[in-house]
Design a protein around this ligand. Structure first.
Ligand code: SF4
Length: 187
C-alpha cells in the first residue's frame, strides 16, 4: 500500500517519517508548498526537507510549484474562499490528491496533521473532499502527539526550524519578524 506523504517542511516531517518508516510503510514524500514566501524561505524549507528525507532514506518528489508571493498578496482568492488559510489548504490538498491519483499511489496524507498550530479538522475535511474528487484514499493520521518529539528530532540533526507558518502575511504577523528578515539578509 503506497502512501504519498505531503510535507510542508523538514521539522514537521520528522515524527511522521519516524512513525511510518518504523511501521515499514511504503511511502514517498511530496513537496508542494507555493504558500511559502519569500523565495529564500521556500528554498530553505525545501532543502531542509531533503535532509529529513535523506535521514529516513525516503525519496522526495518535488511537485510542480514555486513561491507564489504575488498571488498571495493579490487576495483575489478571497472571491472564492473565506480566508487565505482555506485557500492554502485547499490548493495543497488538491495538488497532492491529484498527483497521488495520477501516479498510482493508493493513498495520501500530510504532515500538516502534526502541527497543533494548524486547523487540524479543516485540513482533514478538505483532504477527504479531494480524495473523493480524485478517487484516491486519504489516510487520516493524527500525528499531533508526536509534535514535540519531532521537533526534538529536528534539533538533533540540525534542521532549520522556522518561526512563521509560511506566507508573507504570517511572516509579518510573527513576533520574530525582524529576526526572520535579518536571517534573509545573512543568507
Ligand atoms: S498562515 Fe499558514 S496556512 Fe494560512 S495561508 Fe499562510 S501559510 Fe497558509
Amino acid at each position: 500500500m503506497s502512501l504519498l506523504l505531503h510535507a510542508c517542511c523538514g521539522p514537521c516531517a520528522m515524527y511522521p517519517l519516524e512513525l511510518l518508516t518504523g511501521q515499514g510503510k511504503d511511502l514517498e514524500i511530496f513537496w508542494y508548498n507555493p504558500n511559502i514566501h519569500p523565495e529564500f524561505e521556500w528554498n530553505r524549507r525545501y532543502e531542509n526537507l531533503q535532509i529529513a528525507a535523506d535521514h529516513y532514506k525516503v525519496s522526495l518528489i518535488k511537485g510542480d510549484d514555486s513561491c507564489e508571493e504575488e498571488y498571495w498578496l493579490s487576495k483575489t482568492y478571497l472571491e472564492e474562499f473565506e480566508t487565505r488559510c482555506d485557500m492554502c489548504y485547499d490548493m495543497r490538498m488538491d495538488a497532492i490528491a491529484k498527483f497521488a491519483s495520477e501516479n498510482g499511489f493508493d493513498s495520501f496524507s500530510t504532515t500538516l496533521l502534526v502541527s497543533p498550530y494548524q486547523q487540524h479538522d479543516k485540513i482533514a475535511n478538505i483532504a477527504e473532499t479531494k480524495a473523493r474528487k480524485y478517487n484516491v484514499d486519504f489516510e487520516y493520521i493524527d500525528f499531533r502527539p508526536g509534535f514535540r518529539h519531532g521537533q526534538d528530532l529536528a534539533r538533533e540533526i540540525g534542521l532549520y526550524r522556522q518561526k512563521f507558518c509560511g506566507c508573507i502575511f504570517s511572516l509579518e504577523e510573527s513576533k520574530f519578524r525582524d529576526k526572520i528578515y535579518r536571517s534573509f539578509e545573512e543568507g
